[in-house]
Write a protein that binds this ligand. Sequence first.
Ligand SMILES: [Zn+2]
Length: 83
Amino acid sequence: MDRFKNFAHGKCECCKKQLVWDNRDFGDKGAWHAHHVVPRKVKTDDSILNMAILCINDPNCHLNQGHGGNYQDAQPRWMWDCN
Ligand SMILES: [Zn+2]
C-alpha cells in the first residue's frame, strides 16, 4: 500500500513506532492496520488521504486513537492523542 511505504514510511502515524509490512492486521511485533479516518459506514473513501497507518499492539494506536478507546467511532485526526 502506498500510504504505508511513501507516506507513513513504515511507521505508526500516531506513536511513530516502526512497523512490519508483513504483519498487517496480525502478528506480535510491528503489527498495524490501515485505518479509515472517515469510517466506511459514513463514507466509502479508500483514497490515500483518508487512510492512516496505525499500530495495533502495545500501544494500540488503532484502538486508542482511531476508535476512541472502546471501539467507538473513529475520531478525526486532530483529536488523536499521540505520545
Ligand atoms: Zn502507534
